[in-house]
Design a protein around this ligand. Sequence first.
Ligand code: SF4
Length: 378
Amino acid sequence: MTGFPELCATTMDRDLASFFARVTPDDVRRAMARSMPSADDFLTLLSPAAQGLLEEMAQRAHELTVRHFGRTMQIFTPLYLSNHCTNRCVYCGFNAGTGVARKRLTMDEVRAEGETIAASGQRQLLILTGDAPALAGVDYLERCTKILRGMFPSVTMEVFAMTEAEYARLAAAGIDGLTMFQETYDPVLYERLHPAGPKRDYAFRLGAPERGCRAGMRVVNVGALLGLSPDWRREAFLTGLHADYLQRHYPNTDVAISLPRMRPHAGHFQPATAVTDANLVQILLAQRIFLPFAGITISTREAPAFRDNIVPLGVTRMSAGVSTAVGGHASDDNADTVQFEISDHRGLAEFSTMLRSRGYQPVYKDWEPNAHVAGNRP
Ligand code: SF4
């Protein structure tokens, strides 16, 4: 059986320019009309030829999204637990070489942060750390989770890549989902962007979402950091193929995609390419048509007007009420621990009002965890 790493390697070698040169507008229309688009149909939807047909693709994406998800939007918010990091990712403000202030929340601070977020009405939490297992590793995450699960029905995580046993341990503690961005699927570029630290291991990171599925995570979310690679079409294609692979092999897992674009941060890294709003919309539409059942997340990295306009186009999950500072919800003292600047500063109530004005229902909670999970409410 071909695993995703082999599929990824083959796709990295594929000559996409020759494929795109042959795509016509009729091919794009045929691809978007299929009930089960193939990988080549998906690539057709990502082609330059499809750029002139975004309006038709938007109608198709909207129709598929309403059919499978209704007019709903899941809302979550991140909680930054620690920004200690041993990696040197050249594009990140938490990189071990930057002078950013370092902080790891104590258990009392985790509780205070959780209580502040819960009081705002949020019920779905995403916890984040840098990659420093000696300071904020599996033990630390387990302790934080046990506190937070008393306040939030859903706690997912965006942290360092782990073994399957470590994912299983955190799933048992109450973590129900995992976000793991490959950053770039290009192994050569990946090596350049990750000059030191454990994250340098491309293969270990590439296998992390699958290990999460095996370990019983309810939701597994993949993505590439758009802008890192000049070849955003190949990155978007591989992200979709990754999600498709996981959906087909792990039907009990809810597989989702995120579309993060590069944001300014502490440091001087310039994105390899500007992924424009139109490019991002094309990626969103192509991925929605190829994967009609996949959740798609857009964060507060994006500007309010842009987020508002893409609500009907296939997005199913958005963050709101966000602070990217460690402990930034309960305290104002941590502004110097910010990972990157966000664009949409709206709180939960304001964001929900916008959704309702567009005929969409904000969803704060749509599932009930198993009773055996540690930290669950009686
Ligand atoms: S992207 Fe993550 S692993 Fe890399 S430097 Fe930033 S916090 Fe550390």
